[in-house]
Design a protein around this ligand. Structure first.
Ligand code: HEC
Ligand SMILES: [Cu+2]
Length: 339
C-alpha cells in the first residue's frame, strides 16, 4: 500500500510495514465509519423524535429479535476480522525466519550497543543491507528498554536477564530513526540512533572494512575454555559429563521432568545462568551457575560459539582443542542430536 502521501505516517521501508499500515487503515476506517454513523443517527433521532407537545406519550416498542441478532453478529464478525488479521501479522513478525542474519543488540542507559556476527561493533547505529532478512537478538544491561524502528513498523522490549528477538527485511536504502520506546531514566530521550540501510554490496564492504576484529563466536570459544565449560561439555561441545552442545540451537531438548522444549537463546541463557531450572534428561544437576560471572556481552559470545558448533563441518571458531571421546553417559543423548 502506498502511504507516502500521508504526512504523519512514517516512511515505509520494510517488508512488513505496508501490511501493518493496511491493518491500521482498516481499524481507522471501521472506527471512522461507526463514529460518523452513530453521531449522524443521534442527530437524526434528536430531530425526528423531539417532543412536540408537553404531554406526549411515545409509542411503545416491544423489541425485535432480528435487530438484536444483527447488532450482535455484525460487530462480532468485524471484531474477529481485526483479531484474525492482527494475529496473522503478529505471528509473521514474532517468528524470525531460520535463514536470517543475526545481529546482537545490548541496551544500556543510555545507548544501543550493536555487534555483527563478524565482530564489527557500532553504537547507536545499525547498518543493514537491503533485501536480506535480519534477526536481532536483544538484551539489556540495566533496565527495560525497547528497540523501535518506526519505518520498519517493528518494536520490542529489551529486557535485563533475558533475550528477546525481532526480525525485519529492509526494502529501501536510506537512514531511518531508531528510538528507545520504554522510559528508562533521565536521558531516555537521548537514547536514539539511526538505522542505515545500504545496498548489499556496499554493506559487505562496510562489514569487512574493519578487519581484525574478534568475532563473538571466537571470543566465546575463549570464554568457554577459561570458564571451564570444556571440562564437562568437551573442547568442541561434543559432550562428556554434560550434554553435547553441537547443533543445540533449534534442537528439541527432553528434560528430566518429562517436558521438552526447543533450544533457543532464552533457554541457553537460562541453562548458563540458572542451570537448575531445567535439567536435561539423562544428566544430573551438577552444572554450577554462572550468574553474575558473565556479562550480557559474554553471554552473547558464549551463545555465538555454541551456535557455531554445527554438525556439518568444523565450528566457525578456530583453534580446535583436543578431541575427547564422548563418555558413555552422553552417548544416548548425543545420538539424536546429530541430525
Ligand atoms: C560441572 C560440569 C559442567 C560445567 C563446568 C558446565 N556445564 Fe553446562 N551442563 C552440565 C550438565 C550436567 C548439564 C545437563 C543438566 C542441566 O541441564 O543442568 C548442562 C547443561 C548445559 C546446557 C543445556 C544443554 C542442553 O542440551 O540442553 C548448556 C547450554 C550448557 N550446559 C552450557 C554450559 C556453558 C556455556 C558452560 C560454561 C560457562 C557450562 N555449561 C559449564 C554440566 C556442566
Ligand atoms: Cu532506553
Amino acid at each position: 500500500m502506498q502511504t507516502s502521501w500521508i504526512p504523519f505516517i512514517p516512511e515505509s521501508a520494510s517488508t512488513v510495514s505496508s501490511k501493518v499500515d493496511a491493518l491500521y487503515f482498516y481499524l481507522s476506517g471501521v472506527t471512522l465509519f461507526f463514529t460518523l454513523l452513530i453521531s449522524g443517527v443521534i442527530v437524526f433521532f434528536v430531530i425526528k423524535y423531539r417532543r412536540r407537545s408537553p404531554f406526549e406519550i411515545p409509542r411503545q416498542i416491544a423489541g425485535s429479535h432480528k435487530l438484536e441478532t444483527m447488532w450482535s453478529v455484525v460487530p462480532f464478525i468485524i471484531a474477529m476480522s481485526m483479531f484474525a488479521w492482527g494475529a496473522q501479522i503478529y505471528f509473521e513478525n514474532a517468528r524470525p525466519p531460520k535463514n536470517a542474519n543475526e545481529i546482537y543488540v545490548v541496551g544500556k542507559q543510555w545507548m544501543w550497543k550493536i555487534q555483527h556476527s563478524t565482530g564489527q561493533r557500532e553504537i547507536n547505529e545499525l547498518h543493514v543491507p537491503v533485501g536480506r532478512k535480519i534477526k536481532l537478538i536483544m538484551t539489556a544491561e540495566d533496565t527495560i528498554h525497547d528497540f523501535f524502528i518506526p519505518a520498519f513498523r517493528i518494536k520490542a522490549d529489551v529486557l535485563p536477564g533475558k533475550f528477546t528477538t525481532q526480525w525485519f527485511e529492509a526494502t529501501k536504502a536510506g537512514t531511518y530513526h531508531l528510538f528507545c520506546a520504554e522510559y528508562c531514566g533521565m536521558n531516555h530521550s537521548g537514547m536514539i540512533g539511526s538505522v542505515i540501510v545500504m545496498q548489499p554490496s556496499e554493506f559487505d564492504n562496510w562489514l569487512s572494512g574493519n578487519a581484525g576484529q574478534q568475532s563473538p563466536a571466537v571470543a566465546g570459544q575463549l570464554l568457554y575454555q577459561s570458564l571451564g565449560c570444556v571440562s564437562c561439555h568437551g573442547a568442541n561441545g561434543e559432550g562428556g559429563r554434560g550434554p553435547g552442545l553441537v547443533g543445540l540451537f533449534g534442537r528439541k531438548v527432553d528434560l528430566t521432568n518429562g517436558q521438552s522444549l526447543t533450544a533457543d537463546e532464552s533457554y541457553v541463557r537460562e541453562s548458563i545462568e540458572n542451570p537448575q531450572a531445567k535439567i536435561v534428561a539423562g544428566f544430573g544437576p551438577i552444572m554450577p551457575t554462572f550468574q553474575g560471572q558473565v556479562t550480557p556481552e559474554q553471554l552473547i559470545q558464549l551463545m555465538s560459539f555454541i551456535k557455531s558448533l554445527q554438525v556439518t563441518g568444523a565450528p566457525a571458531a578456530t583453534a580446535p582443542g583436543p578431541k575427547l571421546a564422548p563418555s558413555p553417559a552422553s552417548a544416548p543423548s548425543a545420538a539424536p542430536n546429530r541430525r
